[in-house]
Design a protein. Structure first.
Length: 276
C-alpha cells in the first residue's frame, strides 16, 4: 500500500487514482494470496472484465473458457512447484480426494474474479463518497471503530444492483407480501436490500455514525462471500492510509463529470481524477 501511495505522489497532481491505486492494489493482493503470477495480470484482468460484461453473452462465455484454461494450467504447475498459497491448498485438497479437479478450478476462478474485481470498484466509489463528505471523512480518521463503521456504510450504500439472486426457503416465512413456504423458490434483489427503509432510516443517506445492521453486500449465511474479511481489511487500510498521506485530497473534476461503468456487472468508475 505504501509503495502504491508513493507512486501516486511521484505521478503528481492531478492523478488518476483508479489507475494508480484502486485497480492495481487488489490485483497485487489476490495474486499474492492465490499464488497467481502478477506478470499475467493484463490477461486475467481482461478476462475478468469480460466475465462481468452485461450485454454480450458470447464474450462472457469466451472469457470463462480462457480463465478456466489458465487456472487449470496454473494448478497443474502447482503440483510440481508447490508454494504457500491458496492454489497449492486447492491442489492438495484435490489430491486428498476432498474436491474434484473441476471444482478446484471453479473455486480458483471464482476467487480470482471476486478477489479483486469487486474491491477495485469499492475503493473508487468509497473514495468518491468520502471526498463528498469531508466531515465524516475527518471523523473516520479519529478511531478504529469509526474506520470499520465507514467501510460497512460504504459497502451498504455502494452495493451495485447485481440482478436477482435465487434461493430456496428452508422454513416457512410470513412477509408483508404473503407467506413463503419451506421449499419455495425465492428471487430477491441483493443490492436494493441494502437500501431497505425498514432496516435503514433514510437509506440513501451516507452516515458512518449509523447503527450498523447486517447488510447484504457480502451475502449471508452459507452464501457469505469467502473474501469478506479480506475485502474489509483492504478497504480499511486503503481509506486510512490514503487520507492520512493526502489530507488535502479532492476531486480534480466536478463530481457530475465522473464517468461510470455502464456495462459491467460490478459497476464502478472508469477513472478517478484527484488532486491535493
Amino acid at each position: 500500500m505504501g509503495r502504491r501511495l508513493d507512486q501516486v505522489a511521484e505521478a503528481g497532481a492531478p492523478a488518476d487514482l483508479h489507475a494508480l491505486l484502486a485497480e492495481p492494489l487488489p490485483v497485487e493482493v489476490v495474486c499474492e494470496l492465490l499464488g497467481v503470477p502478477f506478470a499475467d495480470r493484463e490477461d486475467f484482468q481482461l478476462w475478468t472484465a469480460d466475465v462481468g460484461h452485461l450485454s454480450e453473452p458470447a464474450r462472457v462465455c469466451e472469457a470463462l473458457v480462457h480463465l478456466n484454461d489458465y487456472m487449470r494450467a496454473l494448478m497443474a504447475r502447482k503440483r510440481t512447484e508447490p508454494a504457500k498459497d491458496a492454489l497449492t491448498d486447492l491442489v492438495q485438497a484435490q489430491a486428498d480426494g476432498v474436491i474434484s479437479e473441476d471444482l478446484a478450478v471453479l473455486w480458483s476462478v471464482a476467487l480470482l474474479f471476486a478477489g479483486h474485481a469487486t474491491t477495485v470498484t469499492r475503493i473508487g466509489t468509497g473514495v468518491q463518497y468520502l471526498l463528498s463528505h469531508p466531515q465524516q471523512r475527518r471523523a473516520m480518521l479519529t478511531s478504529p471503530e469509526l474506520l470499520a463503521a465507514t467501510v460497512e456504510e460504504l459497502l451498504r450504500v455502494s452495493q451495485p444492483d447485481l440482478g436477482l439472486v435465487w434461493r430456496w426457503a428452508r422454513t416457512d416465512v410470513d412477509s408483508p407480501d404473503g407467506r413463503i413456504n419451506a421449499g419455495d423458490l425465492v428471487l430477491f434483489a441483493q443490492g436494493p436490500a441494502c437500501l431497505d427503509p425498514t432496516a435503514y432510516p433514510e437509506p440513501d443517506r451516507f452516515d458512518i455514525h449509523r447503527a450498523q445492521g447486517q447488510h447484504t453486500a457480502f451475502g449471508a449465511g452459507p452464501h457469505l462471500c469467502v473474501g469478506a474479511a479480506l475485502a474489509r481489511l483492504e478497504l480499511q487500510v486503503v481509506f486510512d492510509m490514503l487520507f492520512r498521506r493526502f489530507p488535502g485530497l479532492r476531486l480534480a473534476v466536478p463530481e457530475q463529470d465522473l464517468r461510470w461503468q455502464d456495462c459491467q456487472l460490478t459497476g464502478g468508475l472508469l477513472e478517478l481524477p484527484v488532486t491535493w
